[in-house]
Design a protein around this ligand. Structure first.
Ligand SMILES: [Fe+2]
Length: 532
């Protein structure tokens, strides 16, 4: 034990309940900043009538040398304040070599601050690359489940394969999270969550409610009205996080998360909502939504919200096999425009990424080191059209509403010329697999995209319905689409990237049947989807 560790140990062991914990088992390292853990307002001997670990655990943003471990305390998850005393509380964590917790490698403590909704983010460093670890938290005699995470391989590692799930859009009222349960059971390296982790609306309990044109009764209801305040957002996350299937997927592997619109408000764009709320007022709501997002996600300190800003776009390198570029296409985007105004839709003055993020992305895509470049983002680059009334329409909220951004990105990919870019996203509540071409179509196929359907948003779905047929008819580069719930599993090796589009037959009943809707492969150096 180093001098610093000894000092921390001595101070900490004076805290009630920690002595026995420190004496048990052999511990290779203790990571605790005793001074930071002893604020004057500390609740020294917390007592809970029931477990405060109702929201599960999570890990995220893995790197070759570490990962973030997360939990959040709430004895009463559906109450404002989560049933927690308004004082900081010391939460203990342990990291083990094996699932049975036979050999504890690290042990430490962290503060659950009331200012942060009693969330805990432990940012581990100094771990070995490319291996699994198991972890758990405990406080006041209560412990979490033992959860699994893993570090990324070293940046020079010659990886054979990476497998990850692309998933999101988990409207709580519209279906069971069976897809999360199935993801938890898959042999995956990580989950990419593209956003819509929560939805902001009040429960829609109208007897006239319809989904897919059919009368619809919610499977379960959002608690409370539309969410605006930090307390509202915290409670909404808490409600979603009580779901056992969602908890299982978090406990099974690390996640890379980004947000889309519903973590704040439907179709928000930078400093504006779609309701005409004054920007200065909306930005107050956005700041509270960002704080709640940080509190509830396994994010690094680099994403700690500051002055109403949250740094979410970032990169991960998986050996020499692939770079993962995680985008934020909400915080810096220009406002949506009327799609009939083609000049505005195509205006180079408008952007979906903002200039700084675009430069950062272009730099990353020009790096020759990784075999594959995976752009993990929110909304479709596919530019899919369909009939709506008498018109053929594309979306104002996707890259189709920001055609100059789209054109610049595809041009850049083409100019760099590695022919190794795959994009993955969601938002549309349907699966789409398609090739990416310039909108004048004379570019040839530049890249391909797997757009993952929702976990639950949209309820059971209609399969290949009128909208799917219309979109296929008006979108020559779209290879497959369906209105079902599920997720995409991407399997990347040296030669190919295979996307398996998985669907559930039902989500309004438990344990829907999972099957593969379609599988496409992209060959390295030869852009375009091929049936696999
Ligand atoms: Fe969604």
């Amino acid at each position: 034990m180093s001098g610093i560790d000894r000092r921390r140990f001595i101070v900490l062991s004076g805290l009630a309940g920690l002595g026995a914990w420190m004496r048990s088992a052999s511990v290779l390292a203790v990571e605790t900043d005793a001074q930071a853990l002893s604020p004057r307002n500390l609740l020294r001997s917390p007592r809970f009538a029931q477990t405060p670990f109702t929201l599960g655990v999570a890990s995220g943003d893995p790197a070759p040398d570490g990962v973030v471990l997360w939990t959040r305390l709430a004895t009463e998850p559906l109450e404002f304040g989560g049933g927690m005393p308004a004082q900081p509380i010391v939460v203990n964590w342990e990291l083990a070599d094996d699932e049975a917790f036979g050999r504890v490698l690290r042990r430490g403590s962290a503060l659950a601050h009331p200012e942060l909704g009693h969330s805990v983010h432990v940012e581990l460093e100094g771990l070995a690359p490319g291996r699994p670890y198991w972890y758990r938290f405990n406080v006041a005699g209560y412990a979490t489940v033992i959860a699994r995470t893993c570090t990324l391989p070293g940046e020079d590692a010659d990886l054979e394969r990476v497998r990850f799930a692309v998933a999101g859009c988990q409207q709580y009222e519209e279906g069971y999270y069976t897809a999360w349960r199935r993801i938890a059971e898959e042999p995956l390296d990580f989950v990419f969550h593209y956003g819509d982790y929560i939805y902001e609306g009040a429960a829609n309990t109208s007897p006239h409610r319809k989904v897919n044109g059919q009368p619809f009764v919610n499977l379960r209801n959002h608690v409370g009205p539309q969410i605006y305040t930090l307390d509202d957002y915290r409670r909404r996350y808490a409600q979603y996080k009580t779901d056992a299937d969602l908890q299982a997927a978090h406990a099974a592997m690390p996640w890379f998360v980004t947000f889309d619109d519903h973590e704040v408000d439907n179709n928000w764009a930078a400093g504006e909502d779609q309701d005409g709320t004054p920007s200065a007022v909306f930005l107050l709501r956005r700041a509270q939504a960002f704080q709640a997002y940080y509190e509830n996600m396994p994010l690094r300190r680099s994403a700690f919200p500051r002055n109403g800003h949250l740094q979410l776009y970032r990169r991960a390198r998986l050996g020499r096999l692939m770079d993962l570029h995680l985008l934020d296409t909400r915080q810096y985007r220009s406002k949506q425009v009327d799609m009939r105004n083609r000049e505005e839709v195509q205006s180079p003055a408008r952007s979906i990424t903002g200039a700084a993020q675009e430069r950062w992305l272009f730099d990353g895509l020009a790096d020759a080191t990784p075999r594959w470049q995976v752009v993990a983002h929110q909304v479709s680059l596919g530019n899919y059209a369909r009939e709506k009334g008498d018109a053929v329409v594309t979306s104002d909220d996707q890259w189709s509403g920001y055609l100059a951004s789209r054109r610049r990105l595809l041009e850049h990919i083409q100019q760099v010329g590695f022919k190794n870019v795959v994009t993955v996203c969601g938002d549309a509540h349907r699966h789409y697999a398609g090739d990416l071409v310039q909108d004048n179509a004379d570019s040839g196929v530049i890249s391909s995209e797997f757009l993952a359907t929702s976990i639950s948003s949209g309820a059971d779905g209609l399969g290949i319905d009128a909208e799917a047929r219309s979109t296929l008819a008006h979108s020559p580069y779209l290879k497959a689409t369906t209105d079902r719930r599920g997720y995409v599993v991407c399997s990347v090796d040296r030669d190919s990237c295979i996307g398996d589009m998985k669907i559930l037959d039902r989500v309004m009943v438990p344990d829907g049947k999972l099957e593969s809707f379609a599988r496409f492969a992209i060959e390295h150096g030869n852009p375009g989807l091929q049936q696999a």
